[in-house]
Write a protein that binds this ligand. Structure first.
Ligand SMILES: Nc1ncnc2c1ncn2[C@@H]1O[C@H](COP(=O)(O)OP(=O)(O)O)[C@@H](O)[C@H]1O
Ligand SMILES: [Mg+2]
Length: 271
């Protein structure tokens, strides 16, 4: 896809984060087609924030793909049910076997009333990688690309989450990760989807990816846990977001009653 030049800021389509009090500090959301890192250390709710975006988009009739290399689909589903999302408002399609992938995805077409979240877990991809008799380094990427392409071509794809880049590096054992990474970004840009790449990153903000993700990405949203006296509070900030006027301050992040809420500056919930 060749990126179009807009004639006014209003023309830039944006994907909301559906975090109350946050989107308005991002001119409404992440520009469509951007590749963003959702970076943070373990337990900072990276996966949950990404799911929250897919859920919000699906409630608005769009199609999201959640590709998990870290958690099984059972674990993901249990987590989101426990978080209190109303799953009646969206279609959830779980892909358990890539052999039936095309048919399973095609079913999404027949449910126009609601948007859909397609969940593919690692077990499925691992099996496929074993079955495909090609160099293991390449096959992980090929399977991921095929999954994205199939969804895109069969029913259309608005938002893609890869959970996580860190797991991809561990599993795929790329011979030259910087080159592979470059091609992953190129593929996602061409695919014309909004991509959320989850990245394990230290909380000090010294880096947000393992290789060149920091500068290759269009956006970086950083999640962290911070000590406040003897309590731990969640924080979220926009490190960068191309084509967007952002407020880069640290916001406190809360999740309550099935909704994320960001609080600006001095509005610390503990004060
Ligand atoms: N119902 C809930 N309400 C609020 N927070 C929750 C709820 N369920 C789990 N959590 C928090 O979410 C965290 C895990 O979120 P997750 O998105 O998996 O983090 P990450 O992907 O960054 O490791 C848990 O450590 C827990 O603190
Ligand atoms: Mg996670």
């Amino acid at each position: 896809m060749v990126e179009q030049i807009v004639s006014s800021p209003d023309e830039i389509r944006r994907v909301r984060t559906y975090i109350e009090g946050f989107d308005e500090h991002l001119q409404g959301g992440i520009p469509h087609g951007h590749i963003s890192l959702i970076a943070g250390s373990a337990g900072t709710m990276k996966s949950s924030v990404c799911f929250n975006i897919l859920y919000g988009e699906a409630v608005n009739g769009r199609i999201g793909l959640y590709l998990s290399l870290e958690q099984s689909h059972q674990s993901i589903l249990n987590h989101i049910i426990n978080m209190g999302y109303n799953l009646n408002l969206v279609n959830i399609v779980v892909i358990k076997d890539l052999a039936d992938f095309q048919q399973d995805v095609a079913k999404v077409k027949n449910s126009h009333d609601k948007g859909t979240i397609i969940i593919v877990d690692i077990g499925v991809i691992r099996k496929e990688v074993k079955d495909v008799k090609i160099d293991e380094n390449r096959s992980w990427l090929n399977v991921i690309k095929n999954v994205v392409k199939t969804v895109k071509d069969t029913v259309g794809l608005d938002v893609f989450t890869l959970d996580s880049m860190s797991a991809l590096y561990v599993l795929s054992r790329f011979k030259n990760p910087r080159i592979e990474l470059f091609y992953i970004f190129e593929f996602l840009r061409d695919a014309d989807v909004t991509s959320l790449l989850i990245s394990e990153a230290p909380s000090d903000g010294s880096r947000y990816g393992e290789f060149d993700e920091d500068f290759l990405s269009d956006g970086i949203i950083h999640l962290r846990l911070a000590a406040f006296r003897r309590r731990i509070v969640r924080e979220i900030s926009v490190v960068k977001m191309r084509t967007t006027k952002t407020n880069n301050d640290l916001f406190s992040l809360e999740f309550e009653g099935g909704r994320f809420k960001a609080m600006y500056g001095g509005q610390n919930p503990l004060l």
